[in-house]
Design a protein around this ligand. Structure first.
Ligand code: GAL
Length: 800
């Protein structure tokens, strides 16, 4: 038994080793040269680039620039500069690779990229959010030097309604295969007849035959998460293939007692497909597999593996706050961890295809993804957006997106567009069905939606019949009547809410909802461009968090929602404009610090006991202050001020919070939640004194010495007793020694114009953030924060 197991493992690894010699996927991010601005003949290898800056990808040059309202992106686009940038990389390909095929894969270049290899133009891709591949083989010097040149043109702006970033901002890969190999995105895995007892895993494989004539065999083995083969091995002999033809084979593997993929237990299998010529493995390709089934029911809403649940999702843009658009897996993972801890289980990739790493993480961490293609079709939203390219490129871009993303178990909805201006024009009757047909030609296992901001009867996207789920953006007052309007149709809230908040800023009174700008008593102007964090400010088209969630909870047929937004993002600083340069919509601020409403969701969406009270307790004596509590797992909450009870309150009806109006006096506010008379949680807020010290805490003290890993260091300004000083805005300087550097800094303030790429930050409502990035060297990293009048604080990290 033992021996044969070992033998199997040995065989598996030897096959792998062999296959690695045929397909090799190299991280191609290192050792690039960059020049900001046009350079004549930069595509020609002979042109010197020695004076250009050296850098590693992913790279976003916009985030390195200066904020200005005069930048063509406008504050809506993040107020950072665009421009033209050139990237070049010299590299060698071993002579032994001759006879193989070599490709370069770009996960995303913003935007209008042109790529040359050794002076040959490979192509142009206008869409800055799409992944694409070029074949290099015919132009390479095998055994010699090669130069790849990429021109990125983000000079003509605005071209996105949010911050796009500029440059090769996602990963790049160099892929080498044998002449006969599985195509790019060449597998398609679906799961059918899924139950706890059994499941079928169907695998379609597309192979390109490069040999003169070959009888090839394609076989796929399914491995569980521990690497144990659980199904497959069955070989599918193909007929003799003609040279340079593509052929498809498919097979179905039966899996007994499968572990199903769910948001709570995102279990992944791995399908390893081999192409053999005779007994020789000439290609090997791995596809992650999640076995699950889901359904959108007309009346009962969404279910996963037969279990009814709601999609509790958020919309997010692709930027990573102060890191800009440059993709970093750890930064994405941190965002998802913060959202997961809130109880969130869904992500909408608004309004474009995401970085592939986001989908990998959603597969691994258990999020349901609505994968969106476009923010506009043929009509413009902003002057230079994708409408200029839609006619020529939509088919290619949409096909590439579906081919790339259709194996992710997390992806459960395709969206063919957000708030498409043509939704009330008859042209939508042509375009929507065409887009749906493109998606369905590549995947029929997921429903298609479109996010409609006017989901009324005149909406031509809906009336075209092209979408499977009717997507509502906002209009939550009309949810209840959905089936009267659209009998027999299924519902999804593609975008909701748009609540506005600044972390740590509070205005009294808190118990009336304020609509920006119409019903606001004064123009929307507050010192420092702040918005009160009581979840009571909304734009005219949106609603507060509580308003939406109350409706969503009520009806089963409301299958799910995607809140605008999980995180604050660069650009779209509604309800302000300049000097604000980033958004107020996030449940979490740009630095990753939760706003209070985060805990409303946590109290509703998780079983974890929650008691969150706010605001801070530093006011002018005598002021009437509204104290809110979000709680769960308890019958009631009692509030005390300086030991004196202010009364016990409980949520009634559809309440999501309770409130006390308290005459302020300094001291200690204490909240106690109780169930059946027993204390569940106690929370204290003390009046803070003067800033006395800095506290540093790292989300991870141990990081990988891989040049990419990050440690997020939270900086708190505390008084002598350890309370966060709620209005502290001390300027803090950072110093670092050891094999790491400060990648960026932030504090969550949408108005700060200091660069993110410096080593100092003012605290904002007592907090700041420094993001430390590993170098490729192991060792201890000492991070020190200093601020005038306060003792220095130090934290030690370890890069391994
Ligand atoms: C929606 C739009 C989003 C964002 C949001 C702000 O209408 O789809 O992209 O602009 O409004 O509230």
């Amino acid at each position: 038994m033992k021996l044969s197991g070992l033998l199997l493992i040995a065989l598996f690894f030897s096959a792998k080793t062999f296959a690695q010699q045929t397909r090799q996927t190299l991280d191609f991010d290192k050792g690039w040269r960059f020049n900001l601005g046009e350079v004549a003949d930069a595509e020609k290898p002979a042109t010197s680039d020695t004076k250009w800056r050296s850098l590693n990808l992913p790279h976003d040059w916009s985030v390195e620039g200066k904020f200005s309202k005069d930048n063509p992106a406008t504050p809506e686009g993040g107020a950072l500069p665009g421009g033209i940038g050139w990237y070049r990389k010299s590299f060698t390909v071993p002579a032994s690779s001759k006879g193989k095929l070599v490709y370069i894969d770009f996960d995303g270049v913003y935007q209008k990229s042109k790529v040359w290899i050794n002076g040959h133009l490979l192509g142009f891709r206008p869409n800055g959010y799409i992944s694409f591949r070029y074949e290099l083989t015919p132009y390479l010097n095998f055994g010699g030097n090669n130069v790849i040149a990429v021109k990125v043109d983000n000079s003509v702006q605005p071209n996105s309604r949010w911050y796009s970033g500029s440059g090769i901002y996602r990963n790049v890969w160099l892929v080498t295969t044998a002449k006969t190999a599985i195509n790019h995105w060449g597998t398609f895995v679906t799961t059918t007849d899924v139950s706890n007892a059994s499941a079928k895993v169907n695998i379609k494989v597309s192979v390109k035959n490069g040999a003169p004539s070959a009888a090839l065999v394609v076989k796929t083995t399914l491995y569980d998460a521990l690497g144990k083969a659980v199904a497959g091995g069955g070989a599918i002999p193909s007929k003799t293939q003609l040279q340079d033809t593509v052929f498809e084979t498919s097979t179905t593997l039966a899996v007994k007692n499968p572990t199903l993929w769910s948001v709570d237990k995102p279990y992944l299998y791995k399908a390893v497909t081999q192409v053999l010529s005779g007994k020789t493995v000439i290609d090997e390709y791995t596809t992650p597999v999640g076995i699950r089934y889901f359904n959108f029911d007309l009346d009962k809403g969404f279910s996963l593996n037969g279990k009814a649940m709601k999609i509790l999702g958020v919309c997010d843009h692709h930027d990573l706050g102060s890191l800009g658009a440059a993709i970093n897996t750890r930064a994405l993972e941190r965002q998802l961890q913060i959202l997961k801890a809130m109880g969130c289980n869904g992500i909408r990739t608004s309004h474009n295809p995401p970085a592939p790493e986001l989908l990998d993480l959603c597969d691994k961490m258990g999020f349901i993804v609505m994968d969106e293609a476009f923010d506009c079709w043929e009509w413009e939203k902003v002057k230079y957006d994708y409408h200029l390219y839609f006619k020529e490129w939509h088919k290619r871009d949409l096909e590439d997106q579906v081919l790339r993303d259709r194996n992710h178990p997390s992806v459960m909805i395709w969206s063919i567009g957000n708030e498409i201006p043509q939704q009330h024009d008859t042209t939508a009757l042509r375009i929507a069905p065409e887009l749906s047909a493109i998606v369905h030609s590549l995947d029929t296992t997921r429903p298609i939606t479109a996010a409609n901001n006017n989901p009324d009867k005149n909406n031509k996207i809906i009336s075209s019949g092209a979408i499977d789920l009717v997507g509502y953006n906002y209009h939550e007052g009309e949810y209840a009547a959905f089936h009267d309007r659209y009998p027999g149709k299924k519902f999804i809230a593609t975008e909701t809410t748009s609540g506005l908040e600044t972390r740590g800023f509070y205005e009294m009174p808190s118990d009336s909802i304020r609509v920006w700008p119409e019903k606001w008593d004064k123009p929307f102007e507050r010192e420092g461009n702040n918005v009160s964090a009581y979840d009571n400010v909304r734009p005219p088209w949106g609603s507060t968090h509580e308003m939406t969630w109350k409706v969503m909870k009520k009806y089963d047929f409301l299958s799910g929602m995607f809140i605008w937004t999980g995180f604050d993002y660069l650009g779209e600083p509604t309800p302000y404009s300049w000097p604000s340069r980033s958004s107020y919509f996030g449940i979490v601020d740009l630095a990753g610090f939760p706003k209070d409403v985060y805990y409303m969701y946590q109290s509703e969406w998780t079983n974890k006991p929650v008691l969150h009270i706010f605001p801070h307790w530093n006011w002018t004596p005598g002021k009437m202050v509204d104290v809110w509590a979000y709680y769960n797992s308890a019958d009631e909450v009692e509030l005390f001020l300086n030991g004196k009870s202010l009364g016990t309150k409980k949520k009634t009806g559809d309440d999501l919070h309770i409130m006390w109006r308290v005459k302020y006096e300094p001291g200690t506010l204490k909240a106690v939640s109780r169930k059946d008379g027993k204390v569940v949680l106690t929370k204290l807020i003390h009046t803070a004194g003067e800033p006395a010290r800095i506290e540093l805490s790292a989300d991870r003290k141990l990081i990988k010495a891989d040049g990419k890993d990050l440690s997020f260091i939270t900086v708190k300004i505390l008084d002598k007793d350890g309370n966060v000083v709620p209005d502290a805005d001390n300027l803090v300087d950072f110093k670092i020694s050891g094999p790491a550097f400060v990648a960026s800094v932030d504090n969550g303030d949408p108005v700060t114009h200091d660069s993110f790429k410096v080593s100092y930050r003012k605290a904002f409502h007592g907090l700041a953030l420094a993001i430390v990035q590993a170098k490729e060297k192991a060792g201890a990293v000492t991070f020190t924060a200093t601020s005038k009048g306060l003792p220095a604080a130090t934290i030690t990290l370890n890069a391994k």
